[in-house]
Design a protein around this ligand. Structure first.
Ligand SMILES: *Cc1c(COP(=O)(O)O)cnc(C)c1O
Length: 424
């Protein structure tokens, strides 16, 4: 975009902000809380599926901001949407109507099973909204005083107090008690365990308000749900007026090769959440629901930034581009290419690789449990060869490139994984 607009309004500070001053990791850690174990790379610039560090070193980005940069980096559609909207209107709060928030909601409703959308800023916040809606439905419609939400072992739903509680992994909860009451965990893909849990919780009076699941568990190790499991859950929910909530934060927005992960199971949730890929890297989250469970009234839920014109304009541009450029077809084709290549690698190293699995462009390569090799080691080796990857747990290497990735870029990533497994 033309920098003219910046030149029209000279900065009022004496010195322009020196954002390009190199910041070493050591200096950085003196100012930023060390809540992350970061790789010692300082990234500066990106274009398409490439990013460059401050020393000008190029990396192929198969992390995409953790399954977020749907259209890669510096996509012209995003550059245009960002520029036009910031020049027009960027934030006014939800005291007023803005057409662009309505347009994004309309697009999402017309392209999903939902009837209404609520906008927020992250996946955790979207899941908080879903949890609140499910509890209010249980109180108002079913008269449940003490509702329980079932979630799965190895799930991931975010880092706020309610969402670490919903997350069925003790490592995220350790040190943060007391956790939020009203959650109960079941093993994923185990319908018998789920039926037993409901029978036990509902023994005296109905308590189970909702079942919150990922159609494919992302952080938990790229584990697809079983379709029979999801279909049976849908039946149980219909019979008992339990709400089915799908956390689509990672698997949604086209990453699975379908727009929403739940479509892979041929079911419709009552509520679903989106974030990561929704804004292509601009922070935005959404909680969507069927009209039948929309019990929220004015004042029940809110977010100052939620659905602001800036974020919703960019997300709308990302959504329309997904559709107009038929990017889902690329997700399916590149996903098949990636899995075929990873399976060939798995056959070459049967003593190291246990399994390759995934949908579309969310795939995992699981290392054998009985060897010392970790996903972190494979990721380190791939980075040394110029390919960014991210673990999904200690044994799974995750591949979540931008959805616009090319065939040549898939080959490049496969070569790096092959070389990493050869060297380790
Ligand atoms: C990343 C993720 C979240 C949390 O999203 P944030 O934007 O980090 O709050 C929730 N659910 C799933 C499935 C995720 O992958």
């Amino acid at each position: 975009m033309s920098p003219d607009v910046l030149l029209q309004t000279p900065p009022t500070v004496a010195e322009p902000l020196n954002v390009s001053q190199p910041f070493t990791p050591e200096e950085f850690d003196e100012y930023v809380m060390r809540t992350y174990a970061r790789y010692p790379i300082t990234l500066e610039r990106g274009a398409g599926c490439q990013v460059w560090d401050v020393d000008g070193r190029e990396y192929l980005d198969f992390v995409a901001g953790i399954a977020t940069c749907t259209l890669g980096h510096a996509h012209p559609v995003m550059v245009q949407a960002v520029t036009e909207q910031i020049q027009t209107l960027h934030h006014v709060s939800n005291l007023y109507y803005t057409a662009v928030q309505g347009e994004l909601a309309k697009w999402l409703v017309e392209h999903s099973c939902a009837d209404r959308a609520f906008f927020c800023n992250s996946g955790a916040e979207a899941n908080e909204g879903a949890i609140k809606l499910a509890r209010k439905y249980a109180h108002d419609v079913r008269g449940i005083a003490d509702p329980v939400i079932l979630t799965a072992h190895a799930s991931f739903h975010g880092r706020t107090l309610a969402t670490i509680t919903a997350t069925g992994q003790p490592k995220y909860q350790k040190g943060f008690s007391p956790l939020v009451p009203g959650f109960y965990y079941v093993p994923y893909n185990d319908i018998t365990a789920l039926e037993h849990a409901i029978a036990e919780l509902d023994q005296n009076q109905p308590r189970v308000a909702a079942i919150l699941l990922e159609a494919l568990q992302g952080e938990g190790g790229v584990r697809p749900g079983d379709t029979a499991y999801f279909q049976r859950i849908r039946q149980i929910c219909d019979e008992k007026d339990i709400l089915l909530i799908c956390d689509e934060v990672q698997v949604g927005m086209g990453r699975s090769g379908k727009l929403w992960g739940y479509e892979n199971h041929g079911i419709e949730p009552d509520i679903f959440t989106s974030a990561k890929g929704l804004g292509g890297g601009i922070p935005i989250g959404a909680m969507l629901c069927k009209a039948s469970c929309n019990v929220f009234q004015p004042g029940d839920h809110a977010s100052t930034f939620g659905g602001n014109p800036f974020a919703t304009a960019v997300a709308l541009a990302v959504c329309k581009t997904l559709e107009q450029e038929n990017i889902l077809q690329n997700v399916q084709e590149r996903g098949e290419q990636l899995r075929a290549g990873l399976n060939a690698i798995a056959q070459r190293y049967p003593d190291k690789v246990a399994e390759v699995r995934g949908w579309g462009l969310i795939n995992g390569l699981e290392l054998k449990a009985d060897i010392d090799l970790t996903s972190a080691q494979v990721v380190q080796s791939a980075i040394a060869q110029g390919v960014l990857l991210v673990p999904a747990g200690p044994k799974v290497v995750r591949f979540v490139p931008p959805l616009i990735v090319s065939a040549a870029e898939i080959d490049q990533a496969l070569q790096a994984v092959n070389a990493a497994l050869a060297s380790l």
